[in-house]
Design a protein around this ligand. Structure first.
Ligand code: ARG
Length: 609
């Protein structure tokens, strides 16, 4: 559907042209003074300079034209259009126009959102967990933001390919192998004379693995010989040494099962479960190609590619693609991955989501990829660098005893906090009591727990996504789980409230009253309608700018508008049945827009809470 702002713009452009002014002055924006008007056009001020006239005169001519036109054509876009000093054009929309627009939205499957993606392939690289290390809160933001970007893109008709891009090929593998050797030297993998097949059963469980890595990592910091052993093991693994390849497979299998479970709990999904190791086959060719093209040069034994450009405001160091000991690096594997992605998917766009401290890394990788011609110069490669999730003390979020908080634990904590809020609101029954449950006064323990899960996820994700990604934010359990204020639970609460009104309406009115959305009669009703009309524009912008927080901001305003309407208009007690049925259509649309938005953000609403 055409965006409401564009429909208004078309009218304004016609008026500017008809009055002899260039169309480009007809720009229309949402009003920043809702007390005075709903939309405004400030173009008369700019036009005044070119045409050497007073802005107010230009604004006056334009508004006079529009008033006359709408009378003659009996069209009803504007209910009020005024020229005010020094030359603003203030606009209020006609209720009939709004009602028609919303009715059109309600009829469409995507409620007026178009599909500008046209099936274009976009790679979204997010998650980025490191195999064998437990998922911790540092990976949370990438997963949550990436999942939202992927869902938004798909909704807008792009072919989004989400890739978790696991860290599965680095030194951590050598560390695990050597720690395993120290713990269980008798394992067959360490018997160099062994020729047979390696066991199918892994030599460790996930909890053992999670213990192995941190001890190995700690040991490597104090024990140089251990560290050297780990480096050698990594090198051997990367060169195909069979016993270590067998251990690696076990590490992957055990860790992947756990990661899939954890991401699943977050309702985060990937199309591809690839990792750095998948880039390995491309690396020899990559290095040779960079050398053949004369892009790579030796520097202190390492191989580097210069990426600095004259227009850079600060000096950027070259990208190291091979260390002096011959080892590949993070950048090398990212370039190898790009080669594979080009070969398999030819993406029209790349989006990477990591901590913003990786900014330089991605500038380097993107520039090398374009310089070498692996990616077309006009293919957008975007790095969304996010800030840190801090604790209430303003420092990076930690457990109470200062350790790294595991994601599982974090989710558990937030669920518990929400569960407590549910308890405050209603009774939770230990034993099933269907009558009490049906009356809505109580919930079964099972339902309360399931609800806490949904609401907890909303609290967590909305708490993250509602902040501009690049900014640090404070993870505040109490605030995030609150049912009021700018929070996920508040949005869910609003949806649940609408669902309950719709239920009650249906029960009281078995006969269907046919209706459409009607022009508003009250202010709060009009405010709700105005918010709803912005939906398609907000959704498109939020994706184009890779800015989930804009979608959050929108649903917060929409939820507020609904709650204002609900407070002022007694929907279920309304005696004019046609009006009531119109309201039912209006709040059904509100529910659908809110539900779609939260689903795109990455969470869903329960039936009650
Ligand atoms: N594993 C990396 C980390 O934990 C993140 C990977 C991000 N994606 C990429 N293509 N480099 O920092």
């Amino acid at each position: 559907m055409e965006k409401i702002q564009d429909l208004i713009l078309a009218q304004m452009e016609e008026a500017f042209s008809a009055c002899g002014y260039e169309k480009r002055f007809a720009k229309v924006v949402l009003s920043n003074r809702p007390d005075l008007c709903e939309y405004q056009c400030n173009g008369a001020m700019a036009a005044a300079k070119l045409y050497k006239k007073k802005p107010i005169d230009i604004a006056g001519e334009v508004t006079a034209f529009l008033s006359k036109e709408s009378e003659e054509r009996d069209s009803f876009v504007f209910s009020e259009i005024n020229a005010v000093m020094p030359g603003f054009i203030n606009i209020r929309l006609d209720g009939r126009f709004l009602a028609d627009y919303l009715d059109g939205m309600a009829k469409e499957e995507k409620l007026g959102v178009e599909e500008p993606g046209h099936g274009e392939t976009v790679i979204v690289d997010y998650g980025g967990a490191n195999v064998a290390k437990p998922l911790h809160v540092g990976h949370l933001r990438s997963a949550v933001i990436g999942e939202c970007i992927r869902r938004m893109g798909n909704f807008l008709g792009y072919h989004m390919i989400g890739d978790v891009h696991l860290g599965d090929w680095g030194l951590q593998m050598g560390l695990i192998i050597e720690e395993l050797r120290d713990r269980q030297p008798e394992l067959i993998y360490f018997d160099e004379s062994f020729q047979g097949e390696y066991p199918k059963e892994p030599p460790f469980t996930i909890s053992e693995l999670e213990d192995i890595y941190p001890s190995a990592s700690a040991k490597s910091k104090t024990d140089d010989s251990f560290r050297e052993r780990a480096q050698t093991a990594t090198f051997k693994l990367q060169n195909g040494y069979a016993p270590y390849a067998a251990i690696w497979k076990h590490i992957m299998a055990v860790s992947l099962a756990d990661l899939k479970k954890n991401y699943g709990n977050l309702d985060v999904h990937f199309d591809l479960w690839k990792g750095e190791s998948d880039a390995e086959p491309y690396i020899p060719w990559l290095i040779k190609d960079l050398q053949d093209k004369g892009l790579a040069r030796e520097s202190q034994g390492a191989l580097v590619v210069d990426i600095a450009q004259e227009t850079d405001s600060k000096e950027l160091p070259p990208c190291i693609v091979r260390k002096s000991d011959g080892a590949a690096l993070y950048a090398t594997s990212d370039l190898g991955t790009i080669l594979e992605r080009e070969k398999l998917y030819q993406p029209a766009k790349y989006i990477y989501i990591t901590d913003k401290r990786q900014e330089l890394h991605f500038i380097q990788v993107f520039r090398v990829a374009k310089k070498a011609g692996y990616v077309k110069t006009d293919t957008p490669m975007i790095h969304i660098g996010f800030g840190t999730m801090n604790g209430r003390d303003g420092k990076p979020f930690k457990t109470r005893d200062g350790g790294v908080m595991r994601l599982e634990q974090l989710i558990g904590d937030i669920e518990e906090a929400v569960y407590q809020r549910i308890l405050e609101n209603r009774d939770v029954l230990e034993e099933d009591d269907t009558d009490l449950e049906k009356s809505g006064a109580a919930m079964s323990e099972k339902e309360a727990r399931a609800t806490a899960r949904l609401v907890g996820l909303a609290a967590l994700k909305y708490g993250d996504l509602s902040n501009q990604a690049a900014k640090d934010y404070v993870f505040d359990l109490d605030r995030f789980s609150s049912f009021t204020g700018n929070t996920g639970p508040y949005i869910l609460y609003t949806i649940v409230r609408i669902k309950s009104i719709l239920n009650n309406y249906e029960q009281a009115n078995t006969e269907k009253v046919k209706s459409r959305i009607l022009p508003p009669v009250t202010d709060t009703e009009k405010e709700l309608m105005l918010e709803l009309t912005r939906y398609n524009e907000v959704m498109e912008n939020a994706f184009a700018e890779a800015a989930p927080h804009k979608l959050c901001q929108y649903i917060y305003e929409l939820a507020n508008a609904f709650n204002g309407f609900y407070r002022d208009n007694k929907i279920l007690a309304q005696e004019d049945k046609a009006r009531q049925a119109g309201w039912i259509q209006l709040i059904t649309l509100t529910r659908d827009v809110l539900s779609t938005c939260i689903h795109v953000l990455g969470f869903d609403a329960p039936d009650r809470m």
